[in-house]
Design a protein around this ligand. Structure first.
Ligand code: COA
Length: 194
């Protein structure tokens, strides 16, 4: 595997690009301050745009690093910043990383994250050479479950009451999923070509 970092990726409706500090206003307004978005995530709504700005400053600084795979999701139509997708902890010896994503509520249910994740997987397997991509989601997070399933991440187990999202404080079961290089070239590739 040869790290290639956050290269611009394009799909029919989306442009995936590097983060900039100046994205703070849109990110805060569209999802980073919304408890419905953070319901199953590791963080709470930002509450103050300065929190968003400080975070994006870090993201912009690290955006050119070859081992960082972290994209802002932009809708081509209207050039609107709507979400975030990343391959976290990209390990070049294990050739493995973990997918993470979120998006503003206004754009849920239109197949957008499935489109973004399909393209990220194509890049990871076809261009970078990952061996495996992991995913995990709250069992009750049906939207995320469907996105991963549609993109070929198969069910590998459930960790009972494993995580307590800070937004709700309610413990949830966590479903573990994964896709291997060999799965992708058997099944997933056809997905990216459709
Ligand atoms: C999870 C999330 C990324 C899904 O993105 P999305 O663009 O709405 O997903 P898609 O439209 O590609 O959905 C894929 C499928 O799931 C379905 N789906 C999406 N949200 C759903 C929901 N809340 N309940 C039931 N089904 C849902 C879609 O209808 C679609 O169904 P289909 O396969 O029959 O076509 C988005 O809801 C989100 O950002 N949530 C908050 C953050 C989050 O939970 N991140 C994931 C943490 S693991």
């Amino acid at each position: 595997m040869q790290h290639k970092g956050t290269k611009i990726l394009e799909t029919k409706r989306l442009i995936l690009r590097r983060w900039k500090e100046s994205d703070a206003e849109e990110a805060f307004a569209h999802w980073m301050n919304d408890p419905d978005v953070t319901k199953y995530l590791t963080w709470t709504p930002h509450g103050d745009i300065e929190v968003t700005r400080a975070l994006l400053k870090i993201w912009e600084r690290e955006s050119g690093e070859p081992h960082i795979y972290h994209w802002a999701i932009v809708l081509r139509e209207g050039n609107i910043l709507i979400g975030d997708i990343a391959v976290l902890r990209a390990d070049d010896f294990q050739e493995r990383g973990t997918i993470g994503y979120c998006m503003g509520k206004a754009w849920w249910g239109k197949g957008i994250m499935t489109e973004a994740l399909s393209e990220v997987l194509r890049y990871c397997f076809e261009e970078v050479g990952f061996f495996r991509i992991d995913g995990e989601h709250a069992a009750e997070n049906i939207g995320s479950s469907r996105v991963m399933e549609k993109c070929g991440l198969v069910y590998e187990g459930t960790r009972r009451k494993f995580f307590r999202p800070p937004t709700t404080g309610e413990r949830v079961d966590i479903v573990e999923r994964g896709i291997l290089r060999e799965d992708y070239f058997k099944n997933g590739k056809s997905l990216s070509e459709t």
